[in-house]
Ligand binder design. Structure first.
Ligand code: ADP
Ligand code: MG
Ligand code: MG
Length: 893
C-alpha cells in the first residue's frame, strides 16, 4: 500500500483517501493554479495509526522521498542553515471540520535555520516571529502544553513594551519571546524544544493523526454525523509567508456571499500576518475589496483564480490565500459552507448563469435548510434598543441570557434557559458552549472567523466582530456604549443584520414560513428587503421544480379539521394518518368509561349511541377540509387503560373512602376494571386491532361514524374520500375479521341512505410479523401504511419512551448507533422489514397502495429510502409537509 501522494498526483475525487483539503490542493495543482509544492499522507495511514498506535514505518520512508523531491524542486533543504525549506503540517479529513484538528506552521525552524531564514528573507523580525509561532503552535498541539501559557507570555511582553498588537513587537522582543517560549517547553515537558527538523516533522505528523481523536473532534463528528472511523489525511506544504511585511498578508475569500448568497466576491484580508491569524480573529481584518487598492496585481490574479475555481467546481468556493511580497499563493479551497438562504439563492443563480441545471440546483438545497429558513425572525415593527452592531455571520434571531464561558452556557441551558454565548472571539475549545447556546456573539473577527464558520455549520444564529463590546470574563461583565451588562442579562441578536438588542425582542414568521403557508405573493409582500425577496423567489423556483419531478405524494398526519387545513395549505395531498384516540378524551372519557364498565349489551349500546354523533361530527369536519383528497382514518389504537383513571390514584382513593365507611360503588367498579385491565407492557398489550376484536361494537361505531359522515358530505355535493386503517395488525385473520364487520356496517349505512359507498380498508404494517406475512395480509387490504415508529420499537425491542434517557447517549457515543433510529429510519434493520412488506404486498396485489406514517415520513434521509423502495406516499406532520415535498423532489433527481 502506498501512503504518500504528491499534489501533482491526486485530484478532487479522492477525498476518501486524501481528505478534502488534500484532494482539492491536488485539483488546484492540476489546474495550474499557484499552490506551493507539497504532498499528502493518506487517511489509510491515519487508520493504521488508530489501529496500531504507531505511524506505519513505510510512511517514514515515503515522506523522506517526498521531502527530497520537494527539496530538489525548490532548491532548498528542510531546516537548512542558510536557505531553509519550511513546511506546514496540516490536518484534512474527508469532511471539513473547521478548527477541530491541528495544523503546525513553520516546521523546520530551529536555532540555526532561523539565521538561514534571516539570510533568505533579509528580515530579522519576520524570522523571529516565525520561530516563536512554531514553538507556540508546536508546544500547544504537538507537546500538549496549555496554550494560555504562550499567549499569556505574549500578552505580558506586549504590555511590557507598550505594544498594541503583535505587529508592533520588535526583533529584540520576539527573540526574547523565543527564549521564553523555549523555557515554557522545558519546564512543561522536561525536555528541550526539538531542534532537528525531521524530528519536528515526524512529531507534527503524528500529532495531526492524533488530533482526529480529541474530545472536541468527537463531539463535532457526532453532531455532524461523520463516522469516527474515517481518519484524517496530513498535508505537508512548503511554507509561503504572509508575515513578511506590508506587501504580504493572508486572507480568506468566497466566490459569493456565503451568508446571503448575493452574487459578487467576498472575503477578509489581513496584511502582514500568517494564516491562522485571520481565522482566530486575533486582529480585525479588512474587507477583501480593500486589497484592490493595496495590491491591484495580486487582487486581479486572485479574482481570476476565483472565477476559474467557481467555474471548475460549478459552485461557491471558499479559498485560503497568502500573498508573499506581492506573489499570490492559494493554500486551500473547497466548495464552501453557506447559510440556508445562500444555498437556495446560489443554486438558482448558477442555473441562471447556465452553470448547473434545475435538477442540480434542487439537489443542492436540502429539506433541513428549508426547515432552518422557517425559523422565526425579529418583528420589524416593534420598538427596541440597539446596543451595538457587529457583522451578521449566521442568520436567525436569538434571545437569551448572556453567558461568558462554556461552564455558564452549559449550566444555564441545562436549566432550560436560552443563552447567548458572548466571547471576545471563539476557538475550538468553546465548542461545547456554542452547542448549548441559542446564539453566539463575538467582539472580534470577521465573517470567516471561527465563530462565524462554526455557527453557520450548526445553523445557529451568530453576530461577530461587534468591536464595541468590552468583555470582562473575570468580573462577569460586558461593557458597551456606557452601559454595563452582566452574565444573566437578556439580550437579542439578529444574525442577518448583525444588530444586538437589549432585552427581549418579539419574533415573527420568516418569509419562508409565509411562503409555505400563504404562497408566493404573500411572502413577497411580507419580505422586508431585497435579500428576502430574492430568497422567496429562489425558494419558489426550487419548490416548483421539486413538485414537478417528485414521484412520491406527500400526505400529512392530522387529527382534526384545523390541522388538516394547515396541512392542505402547505401542499399536503391527503391525510396519511388521522388518529382517533383524542376523540375519546375530555368530556367523552365518561362515555368510554361507561363502555368499558358495561355489564349488559344495553348499557354498552347506550354508550356507543352517545359516542356516535360526536365522532361523526369530527369526521365531517375533517373530510370537509380534505374534500377530494384521500383521508386515512385510523381506528382506535392505544391501550384502553389510558382512558381510565390511574390505578394507584384510584386504589388510594377507594381505600381512604372505605376507611371512612363512605364507599362509592362506582369507584369500586372502576377500580375492579382498572385492575382487570392493568398490563405489565401495555404497548404490547390490549391495543390496536386486538382492542377492536375484544370490545364488541367499538370499531363498528367508528366505521359507522365514518360512513355516515361520508354520506352527509355526499349529500352536500362534496367528494369525501375516507380510508379506514386498522392498527397493529399481525395476521391476515385479524384484518379479515375487522374487514367483514366494517363492510357489513358500511353496506348498512349505504343501504339506509340509498347511496353507494366505496371506502377502502387497509392496515398499518408496524409489527415484524405483519411485514413478514405481508403477502397474506395484502389479501384483505386495499392499502398498507408502514407505522415506522412502532415498527422500530418492535424490531429493536426497545421502547421509545424509555430508551432516550436510559442508554441512547451511551449508544451514540460508542458508535452502536450513529443517529436515533426514531429520527432516521434504521435502513439495515427496520428498512429490511419495510422492503419485505413492500415486496410481499405488491406480490399479492400489484396495485396495492403503500405509504408511511411514522415520524420518518418527514425525515430527509428516510424519505430517500422510501422513494427507493417504491412507496406511493409519505405522511408527516403538517409543518414538515414543505420539507417532505422538497426532499421527495431531491429523491427523484
Ligand atoms: P484549518 O483547516 O484549520 O483551516 P489549515 O491547515 O488550513 O487549518 O491551516 C491553518 C492556516 O495556516 C490557514 O490559514 C492556512 O492558510 C495557513 N497555512 C497552512 N499551510 C500554509 C503554508 N504552507 N504556508 C502559509 N500558510 C499556510
Ligand atoms: Mg484551512
Ligand atoms: Mg403504532
Amino acid at each position: 500500500m502506498r501512503y504518500v501522494y504528491r499534489f501533482s498526483e491526486g485530484d478532487k475525487d479522492q477525498k476518501d483517501l486524501l481528505g478534502g483539503k488534500g484532494a482539492n490542493l491536488a485539483e488546484m495543482t492540476r489546474l495550474g493554479l499557484p499552490v506551493p509544492p507539497g504532498f499528502t499522507i493518506t487517511t489509510d495511514a491515519c487508520r493504521a495509526y488508530m489501529r496500531d498506535g504507531v505511524v506505519p514505518a513505510e510512511v517514514r520512508v515515503e515522506v523522506t522521498l517526498a521531502i527530497r523531491q520537494m527539496e530538489d524542486e525548490l532548491g532548498r533543504r528542510l531546516g537548512d542553515f542558510h536557505d531553509p525549506l519550511l513546511v506546514s503540517v496540516r490536518s484534512g479529513a474527508k469532511f471539513s471540520m473547521p478548527g477541530m484538528m491541528e495544523t503546525v506552521l513553520n516546521v523546520g525552524l530551529n536555532d540555526a535555520s532561523v539565521r538561514g531564514l534571516i539570510e533568505l528573507s533579509g528580515d530579522e523580525r519576520f524570522a523571529w516571529d516565525s520561530y516563536r509561532r512554531l514553538i507556540q503552535m508546536f508546544g500547544k498541539t504537538v507537546l500538549d502544553i496549555d496554550g494560555e501559557l504562550f499567549s499569556d507570555a505574549l500578552e505580558a511582553r506586549k504590555r511590557e513594551v507598550g505594544a498594541a498588537s503583535d505587529v508592533e513587537l520588535t526583533t529584540t522582543d520576539l527573540e526574547a519571546l523565543v527564549d521564553e517560549f523555549k523555557q515554557i517547553v522545558r519546564t512543561q515537558t522536561g525536555r528541550e524544544f526539538p531542534q532537528h527538523p525531521r524530528e519536528q516533522l515526524d512529531m507534527a505528523i503524528e500529532a495531526v493523526f492524533g488530533s482526529w481523536d480529541t474530545e472536541r473532534a468527537r463531539i463535532y463528528r457526532r453532531r455532524e454525523r461523520i463516522p469516527h472511523t474515517l481518519g484524517t489525511a496530513v498535508n505537508v506544504v512548503s511554507m509561503v509567508f504572509g508575515n513578511l511585511g506590508p506587501d504580504s498578508g493572508t486572507g480568506v475569500c468566497f466566490t459569493r456571499d456565503p451568508s446571503t448568497g448575493r452574487t459578487g466576491v467576498y472575503g477578509d484580508y489581513l496584511p502582514n500576518a500568517q494564516g491562522e491569524d485571520v481565522v482566530a480573529g486575533i486582529r480585525n481584518t479588512m474587507a477583501l475589496t480593500e486589497l484592490e487598492t493595496l495590491d491591484p496585481a495580486s487582487y486581479a490574479e486572485l479574482m481570476g483564480c476565483m472565477r476559474r475555481l467557481e467555474t471548475h467546481y460549478r459552485d461557491l468556493c471558499d479559498i485560503e490565500f497568502t500573498i508573499e511580497r506581492g506573489k499570490l499563493w492559494l493554500l486551500q479551497t473547497r466548495v464552501g459552507k453557506r447559510t440556508a438562504a445562500a444555498a437556495f439563492r446560489i443554486a438558482t443563480a448558477l442555473v441562471d448563469e447556465d452553470l448547473i441545471t434545475m435538477d442540480e440546483a434542487l439537489s443542492r438545497c436540502s429539506g433541513a435548510e428549508l426547515a432552518r429558513l422557517m425559523f422565526p425572525q425579529f418583528d420589524p415593527t416593534v420598538e427596541r434598543t440597539v446596543l451595538t452592531t457587529g457583522m451578521g455571520a449566521s442568520p436567525g434571531a436569538a434571545v437569551g441570557e448572556i453567558v461568558l464561558d462554556n461552564e455558564q452556557a452549559l449550566d444555564r441551558s441545562a436549566t432550560g434557559a436560552r443563552v447567548i454565548l458572548v466571547r471576545r472571539e471563539t476557538n475550538p475549545d468553546d465548542l461545547a458552549g456554542m452547542i448549548a447556546a441559542d446564539g453566539i456573539l463575538t467582539a472580534r473577527g470577521g465573517k470567516t472567523s471561527h465563530a462565524a464558520v462554526v455557527a453557520r455549520g450548526m445553523g445557529k444564529c451568530a453576530v461577530v466582530g461587534a468591536d464595541e463590546l468590552d468583555i470582562d470574563v473575570a468580573k462577569g461583565e460586558v461593557r458597551v456604549d456606557g452601559r454595563v451588562l452582566h452574565a444573566g442579562d437578556l439580550i437579542a441578536i439578529d444574525g442577518a443584520t448583525g444588530e444586538v438588542y437589549l432585552g427581549e425582542v418579539a419574533v415573527v414568521d420568516s418569509p419562508a414560513t409565509v411562503y409555505v403557508a400563504d404562497g408566493y405573493d404573500a411572502a413577497l409582500d411580507h419580505a422586508g428587503d431585497e435579500d428576502a425577496r430574492a430568497l422567496v423567489t429562489a425558494i419558489d423556483r426550487v419548490m416548483r421544480h421539486a413538485d414537478s419531478i417528485r414521484r412520491l405524494r406527500v400526505h400529512a398526519n392530522a387529527d382534526n379539521a384545523e390541522d388538516a387545513r394547515r396541512a392542505r395549505q402547505r401542499g399536503a395531498q391527503g391525510i396519511g394518518l388521522c388518529r382517533t384516540e383524542h376523540q375519546f378524551l375530555g368530556e367523552r372519557r365518561k362515555l368510554v368509561e361507561q363502555l368499558i364498565l358495561a355489564t349488559s349489551d344495553g348499557e354498552r349500546q347506550a354508550a356507543l349511541d352517545a359516542l356516535l354523533p360526536v365522532q361523526r361530527d369530527d369526521f365531517v369536519g375533517l373530510l370537509r377540509e380534505m374534500d377530494g383528497l384521500p383521508t386515512t382514518i385510523r381506528l382506535i389504537d392505544p391501550p384502553l387503560h389510558e382512558f381510565l383513571p390511574d390505578l394507584t390514584d384510584l386504589a388510594v382513593r377507594v381505600a381512604v373512602a372505605q376507611e371512612r365507611g363512605q364507599v362509592d360503588p362506582h369507584d369500586e367498579d372502576v377500580l375492579t376494571a382498572v385492575r382487570r385491565m392493568h398490563e405489565q407492557n401495555p404497548m404490547l398489550g390490549l391495543r390496536g386491532v386486538r382492542l377492536g376484536l375484544a370490545v364488541p361494537g367499538l370499531f363498528a361505531l367508528q366505521v359507522r361514524a365514518i360512513a355516515e359522515a361520508t354520506v352527509a358530505l355526499l349529500r352536500d355535493g362534496l367528494d369525501p374520500r375516507p380510508e379506514i386503517m386498522v392498527p397493529l395488525v399481525g395476521s391476515q385473520r385479524e384484518l379479515q375479521l375487522v374487514r367483514e364487520e366494517s363492510e357489513h356496517v358500511i353496506a348498512e349505512v349505504a343501504r339506509a341512505a340509498g347511496v353507494t359507498l366505496s371506502i377502502p380498508i387497509g392496515c398499518m404494517i408496524e409489527l415484524p410479523r405483519a411485514a413478514l406475512t405481508a403477502r397474506r395480509i395484502a389479501q384483505e387490504a386495499d392499502f398498507f401504511s408502514f407505522g415506522t415508529n412502532d415498527l422500530t420499537q418492535t424490531t429493536w425491542g426497545f421502547s421509545r419512551d424509555d430508551v432516550e434517557a436510559a442508554f441512547f447517549t451511551r449508544y451514540l457515543e460508542n458508535g452502536v448507533l450513529t443517529v436515533s433510529p426514531f429520527e432516521t429510519l434504521d435502513i439495515d434493520g427496520v428498512g429490511a422489514l419495510v422492503r419485505a412488506g413492500v415486496e410481499g404486498g405488491r406480490a399479492a396485489k400489484p396495485e396495492l397502495k403503500l405509504g408511511v406514517c411514522g415520524e420518518h415520513g418527514g425525515d430527509p434521509d428516510s424519505i430517500h429510502f422510501f422513494d427507493a423502495v417504491g412507496l406511493d406516499y409519505v405522511s408527516c406532520s403538517p409543518f414538515r409537509v414543505p420539507i417532505a415535498r422538497l426532499e421527495c423532489g431531491r429523491a427523484a433527481v
